[in-house]
Design a protein around this ligand. Structure first.
Ligand code: R5P
Length: 318
């Protein structure tokens, strides 16, 4: 039952903290201090406010690669990793079919698609139902011919914190992929959902700092809230420095565990706000120890050497 006592009481009998000004705290994440509450809250689910960094576990590869190595059975290989990451980067098909709706992890939802690895080949030979199959594709199509593969209502239904769109700067379909990005930003901004622009490097493009400075900056200028790109051996700090929003690095092809940890360490040390890593975790010899080692580097201030030693210990323990 409501009562009137609380509003009838004299001011002198209540505590208004009149000598303590209300604080106006800033926001921990680069370039994100002027966003609305909902968007900042979603970004705080992706990036840990204590470290300012994130470990996104990327396993959306199936959207154009099918059941690639390590993702043949997502329920078997990815679910054991889920407790150790901050954010799950995935497709809506896998989210609905495999990921428990009780997960407390942020969702980074794949929002572009429409091509496949097969579409990049002039010919493809394989097997189906025990029969050899050979496809000829004179209508060869590059991976860059993507469109938006989800609408904003579906993203809201799936409680996405961030939507990922591939952008092909300097490649065929550059304009189309930039339109995908800007259309998605327009839709997502209406509801306070973040957009992550993913730098997709065409075969002809050099993976150097000059290219990534250009590509990441263009995406940020066009409204992406987070950018994903590759780490470079040289001048990576110039990429993070001139990009006004957070950058996370993709892992890329599988490399030795020690090297992958070194890359994660250097990227964070040079201004990255974390990793969005897939194959170097789920294709590792021991995926859960690798996930914990990446966590050590990204969130716990471990050196790559210490994290690798921890990886070896955990692997030996089985
Ligand atoms: C690439 O387009 C996929 O969407 C992956 O999310 C991305 O490449 C990151 O995964 P990985 O660390 O395996 O490169």
């Amino acid at each position: 039952m409501a009562d009137l006592d609380g509003i009838k009481t004299e001011a002198k009998e209540k505590e208004y903290y009149t000598s303590t000004p209300q604080q106006a705290p800033g926001f921990f994440l680069k370039g994100s201090h002027q966003y609305d509450w909902g968007l900042q809250n979603r970004l705080s689910r992706i990036f840990n406010p204590k470290t300012g960094r994130t470990i996104m576990l990327a396993f959306d590869h199936g959207y154009f690669m099918g059941p690639t190595t390590g993702l043949e059975r997502v329920d078997q290989t990815i679910l054991p990793l889920e407790p150790h990451c901050d954010c799950l980067m995935l497709t809506r098909g896998i989210q609905r079919s495999i990921i428990p709706s009780t997960t407390q992890k942020a969702i980074a939802l794949r929002a572009s698609g429409g091509t496949s690895m097969v579409s990049t080949m002039d010919e493809w030979e394989g097997e189906a139902g025990g029969q050899a199959v050979k496809l000829s594709r004179p209508g060869y199509e590059p991976l860059s011919n993507e469109h938006l593969a989800i609408n904003i209502e579906e993203a809201i239904r799936l409680n996405a914190s961030v939507l990922a769109v591939q952008v092909f700067i300097g490649s065929e379909h550059e304009r189309q992929s930039l339109q995908n990005l800007t259309n998605l930003v327009d839709q997502a901004n209406r509801y306070g959902i973040a957009v992550m622009g993913v730098v997709a490097v065409g075969r002809a493009m050099a993976r150097n700092a000059q290219y990534f400075r250009l590509a990441t900056r263009i995406m940020a200028e066009l409204g992406a809230h987070v950018i994903k790109c590759y780490h470079t051996d040289e001048d990576f700090d110039t990429i993070t420095s001139c990009c006004p929003v957070p950058i996370v690095i993709a892992g890329g092809k599988k490399r030795p565990e020690r090297d992958a940890l070194q890359m994660a360490f250097e990227a964070c040390d040079q201004g990255a706000s974390g990793v969005d890593m897939g194959r170097n975790i789920f294709q590792a010899e021991a995926p859960v120890p690798m996930m914990k080692a990446v966590r050590g580097v990204v969130h716990e201030g471990m050196s790559a050497a210490d994290a690798f030693a921890m990886y070896e210990d955990l692997k030996a323990q089985g």
